[in-house]
Every structure is written in C-alpha cells, then in structure tokens.
Design a binder for this molecule. Structure first.
Ligand SMILES: *Cc1c(COP(=O)(O)O)cnc(C)c1O
Length: 479
C-alpha cells in the first residue's frame, strides 16, 4: 500500500463527528470546537507527524480518542497540575493551593450576586473589605487592615500614600529582588517616593538610619530579605528600635514582611520568620505581606497597621486600581477564619498540612507508591529521602525533611531522565518533577494523598502510549 492510499482511506470529518463517543464532547465544548479538533488530528495524520509513512492509517477509534485528548488539553490553557517538585510555594505552579473552604466560598459568591458593597442591615453602601478587616485585626492585633491584589501592589500603594515625593530610608542589605520582578528600587520609582539607601550590604546600624533622617524623610522601611540570607558578620537594627527612631522623628515605620507568617502559632514549622502580629506589637504603623505565601490563601497583598496609615491608603486613588475582586475576598475571608484556630488550620489549609506532615508518613507513602509503580507498570522505582523547600521566598535555606519516589526512564530516551520529566510535564494531568542522577524524583511533600491516583494515571498513560504503535505523535520518545 502506498502513502496516498493510506491518506485516501481517512474517514470524512462528518463520519467522525457522528460517532457516539463525541456526543458528550460536542455537548460540552460545542460542535465547532470538536470539528476543529478532529480536523487537526486528520491533518497531523496526513502530514505523517511522528509516523513512519508505511504505517497503516489509524482507525476511527484512535482518531476519536486523539480528538478527545486535544479537546481536553486545549479547552483550558490554565489547568491543574501535580507539583512533584517538593517546593511548596512554587511560583511557576501558582504558589499556594487554597483550602476547600476557600474554594467553596469562591464558588458561591462567583456564581451569584452578593453583598459585596452593601450593608445588609442599613441598606446603605458598605465596604468590600469590612469582613476581612475584622478578621485581620483579630489575628494580628492591628487597629486597622485592608488588602489589595498582591504584596508588590501593597508596597507601591503604601509608599505612594505615605511618602510620595519624599524620602524613605532602607538598609542596603534589604534592597531585594523577589520573584524575578519585584525589585525594590523599581517599586520605589513607580510609587513616587524616593529611596534613601543607608549602611552596607552586610551591616547597617541604627545610627546609619538616624544620620539619614532629614526634612525630606517620610518613613523608615524594613524589608524582609525573604529569599536569601546574609550570613557571617551581619548587623541590622531590631524592628522595635527602628519603630522608636521613626516615631521620635514623626516618621512612619513600615515593615514589609513579605512571605511572613500571620502570627507565631500559625503557620507552623516556620520559626524564625517574622510575623505580622509581632511587627504590630513592636509598634509598626504598617505591615505588609502576601496572602498566598505562608498564610496559604489566595494571591493578595495584606496590609495591617494603625488607623491613620490604613486610612490614608484606603483613600488613595491607586487603592481603587488594586482592589480585590469578590472571589479573592471570599477566599481570603475563608482562609483567615481557618487561621483563627491554628490547630484546625493545620488540617484544613493545604500549605499548613504540607509543612507539618511528618516525614515518616511521606516515607511510607513513597514506599507504597514505588511498589505499585514497579508491580503494575514494571518501572524501576524506589523510595528515597528527599529535601523539600517552602519556596516563594520563604525560609530559603532551611530544607524540610521529605520523601520521594525515584523513577528511572521506562524506556530509552535520547535526553534520558530530562526527556522523561518533559513527557510527564505534558501528560494528563501535567506532572512537574525534579531530575536527579538519571532518575525523575516525585517528592511527596507537595503531592496530597488524594492526588496519588491521578499521578498513577498520568504515569500509566505515558507507559501505555509508548506501547501503542498507532499513537506515534504522542510518544514520549518523539518529544
Ligand atoms: C514576595 C514578597 C513581595 C512580593 O509579594 P507578591 O505577593 O508576590 O506581590 C514583596 N516583599 C517581600 C519581602 C516578599 O517576600
């Protein structure tokens, strides 16, 4: 049979569309999208992508299945993935997964009208942040609180509202870049406040701050160097000293704790990280932190502090541009409610559970998973000790003891374990893993137990694709 024969024998699009298996996809995605997917599959076959031209054309069921795969893969470009990296707050993977309570709260307010800016008792206009502000006050001891889209936005807004056109003193050891695009000097430029650097990279004394105070000074800003540590001969004044100095000169004391925990008893396992409640107790006028770092809530920038500072921020026009939408507010409120009871939150906030799961428990799961992978799929898999990290700029140098499954590539691949990891990444669901010494490592600290069946499915599909000759296009080896 020559190639042209094979092509001519491809079934017409309409015959494929009338197959029963496509009834449900048509209902779900619409006829047009399904037709487009089928066309793409036929086109790929005609072009012989990934197939020796001598192969017979795939039969109808394979065409239908591949169309379904394309529809599943393409109908959402942003979709759930399995984080097997062991990095808990992985920026590339969306930082913190939120609690089921937060998800439910989002679903409810998103699908219906809500009292977002309506005071139900009086019928008058309400504040969208009043619910979260009360919880934040209770959690941190602050007199006032609000939140915006993210902590970078909170920093710009704070500098603008409290120090526009004036100077803010910052230690040279804290001029950080976080997450690739949060660079403090650039944040200052956007805000309109002027950065006044003092001290050196490793040592800045209280006297350096004092000497820099002048008529132009509006505030002292402390920034937690979240994602790195200066070790050795170092010196930075305590927050409480900075607060005293600022207040003695009528200046604002602002503390950007970034990833910081909300208070010492939550989240657990991050001792030594600054907390919002401690900064408030030290007298800071304004404390900033991300909602999706150690709090384990939705992406947002939380601001707690005195009434005057928060009041100024709330009337700044930029507040309107950075304000939270109802879905984030719902998720944040639910997360804060959980955080009120740290013991309960350990079970309910995914980040808190991931931090506190005992390594021994992960090791048992790793062993069981490795045996299943060996027994069911014939893979060379073993449980190994591993190190997980909080990530997202939190506690950068302190690994958390963890356990992983190390898998050798199931078949020869030109790029070895890297190709295997790449194949897992484009699988369903996508699995993002680390590679080490010829193996792919699946760290269980970031894989909730409930996701293990999905993880197995993804690996199984990869091994099966390899064994199905009609499916050359998706063969991992052809990546
Ligand atoms: C992460 C971080 C930021 C930026 O917060 P986003 O929520 O990512 O915008 C700012 N400051 C510090 C100290 C941080 O750790």
């Amino acid at each position: 049979m020559d190639e042209a024969d094979g092509r001519r024998r491809l079934p017409p699009v309409d015959a494929i569309l009338s197959k029963n298996e496509l009834t449900e996809p048509i209902r779900r995605h619409g006829r047009l999208a399904v037709r487009r997917a089928v066309r793409r599959v036929l086109q790929d076959i005609r072009e012989g992508i990934g197939r020796p031209s001598s192969d017979p054309p795939p039969d109808l069921s394979v065409i239908v299945r591949r169309s379904q795969e394309i529809l599943e893969r393409d109908h959402r470009s942003l979709r759930p993935a399995i984080n097997a990296t062991g990095i808990l707050l992985h920026t590339g993977l969306g930082r913190a997964p939120i609690a089921a309570e937060a998800v439910a709260a989002v679903a409810e307010v998103a699908a219906s009208y809500s009292n977002l800016e309506l005071d139900l008792d009086s019928g008058a206009r309400g504040r969208r942040t009043s619910g979260i502000a009360g919880l934040l006050r209770e959690l941190t001891g602050a007199a006032a609180a609000t939140a915006v889209n993210n902590n970078a936005g909170a920093t710009v807004l704070a500098l603008r509202a409290l120090a526009s056109g004036r100077e803010v003193i910052v230690s040279r050891g804290q001029l950080v870049e976080i997450g690739g695009s949060f660079r403090l000097p650039e944040i200052f430029e956007v805000s309109g406040a002027r950065l006044r650097e003092v001290g050196t990279t490793n040592k800045t004394r209280l006297s350096d701050f004092r000497a820099a105070i002048g008529l132009e000074t509006a505030a002292i800003l402390r920034v937690h160097p979240s994602n790195y540590r200066i070790v050795g001969f170092t010196e930075q004044p305590e927050l409480i000293e900075l607060v005293e100095l600022a207040h003695a000169h009528g200046l604002w004391a602002i503390d950007d704790i970034g990833s910081g925990a909300i208070r010492p008893d939550g989240p657990p396992g991050v001792e030594g990280e600054p907390t919002a409640s401690e900064a408030i107790a030290a007298g800071a006028d304004l404390v900033l932190f991300s909602g999706d770092k150690l709090l384990g809530g939705p992406q947002c920038g939380i601001m707690v502090g005195g009434r005057e500072a928060i009041g100024r921020i709330e009337v700044d026009p930029l507040m309107r541009a950075l304000r939270l939408d109802k879905m984030t507010l719902a998720a944040l409120e639910a997360t804060l409610r959980l955080a009120l009871d740290p013991a309960h939150a350990r079970d309910r906030i995914p980040l808190w559970s991931m931090i506190t799961t005992p390594a021994a428990e992960l090791e048992l799961r790793a062993r069981a998973l490795a045996s299943r992978l060996s027994a069911e799929l014939g893979l060379s898999a073993a449980a190994v000790a591993s190190e997980a990290y909080i990530g997202g700029g939190s506690a950068p140098i302190r690994p958390i003891e963890s356990a992983a499954v190390a898998i050798a590539p199931p078949f020869p691949l030109p790029g070895g374990e890297s190709d295997f990891a790449a194949a897992l990444r484009v699988g369903d669901p996508p699995v993002v893993a680390r590679v080490r010494k010829g193996r792919v490592l699946l760290d269980l600290r970031t894989i909730p137990r409930e996701l293990e069946p999905r993880l197995l499915d993804a690996i199984r599909a990869l091994c099966q694709d390899r064994n199905s000759p009609a499916d050359g296009r998706d063969r991992p080896g052809s990546i």
